[in-house]
Design a protein. Sequence first.
Length: 470
Amino acid sequence: MPRSPSPESQGSDPLQGLMVSPSGVRGIVGQTLTPDAVLRVAGAHASFLEPGPVVVGRDTRPSGAWVSRLTQAALLASGHDVIDVGVAPTPTILFAIGHHRASGGIAITASHNPAPWNALKLFGPGGTFLAPAQSEEVARRARQGRAAWASHAEVGSFREDDGAIRRHRDAILSLEGFDRDRIRARRFKVVVDATNGAGSVATPALLEALGCEVERLFCEPDGRFPRTPEPLPENLGALGERVRATGAAIGFANDPDADRLAIVDERGEPIGEERTLQIAVDWALSRRPGPVAVNASTSIGVDLIARRYGIPVHRTKIGEAHVAQKLIEIGGVIGGEGNGGVIYPALHVTRDALVAAAIAIDWLARDKRSLSERVLELPPVVMVKRKLDIKLEDLDALKDELTRTFPDAERNVLDGEKYLWEDCWVQVRASGTEPIVRILAEARSREHAETLANRAGQAVERSQAHVRSR
């Protein structure tokens, strides 16, 4: 059983201003993410975990050095041994938890957030995120200032593990289903844009091991992001230019902690991060049909592909932890999130941009056609994603405005407000990782999706104006 923590002094809420979600806590370094907040969260997590070693790793952000050291100090002071994997992709850190049979782990990374941000992602045993109820308990303990500090004779020991990335890579290469000879025979030229993040070494090394000729772009792991770190189409211009200039067959882009993968075709055109998961679902189900789990914001293209194989798709709330728990529950074959986050349970139940890249290369190698031609086989749907810098103050007002705007739609409240028709949908929800409102819309044409997104955005504005005028 987890050790029982002791209450400490209360004081103001140490998580005030932080974004708290099932994946952990994130905030702006020096403003909301302070040394006190780091020690409180790490100490609370340590008090919740079973006794045993804890794996710690980080992305390349300069602030990661001090956040990691404070995190490790809290774990050691709680009596846990610490295994430091250094700078590594988040999926590598999760894989290391299983390898070391650790009681849990912490990744120091704010994922796609801009450089001023950092975060603590909290993991349990087996290399998975905490269940939502468990992460809420850790947050409650942190707010209460509860920890289980050890006596001088019980403090943990520290060691480094410099083989985590290699083991992760070797595990991917040994998975069944990849035709390595066929991939090597194609001698693909590939461009990798790791935005100088945690995938800067790991992603090119994996692709080279598969026989690809790799052109590196933004693969200096110094944390100086040369582009907006989220791998959205509008941020991949340099990758597209390098693909065209080198005659590459495909381009891959990571976010800073390399748990998401975006793809650019041989013309230098982004295919959309939703297509990453669609490719993975098609690849996995063609090998072994089985259940699929995705979140409520993922493209209906996944459903259309799964339907070809007679397979059901299960949908969850937004957040990797929810999808992972559902995959475990249903014995899922493949799943993930439409932001380029592929979860392949045959390896481990977490988003993994490295395994996603290997899947995409194997999928491409199965046919002589180019990537742009292969993408035409995927369902012809278009998604539009918007961000509004608005705080939702009255959800009832929002619901009323949206139902008036879309009276003929089916309303779904699995996560946020979602309105569905037979072949299109629109969703409005508050982000769990940024202080914004996200609007997503999908339809058979970009014009239709844009119209849905515009109408939803106007409804949000009206509902909040109504709140402010009261």
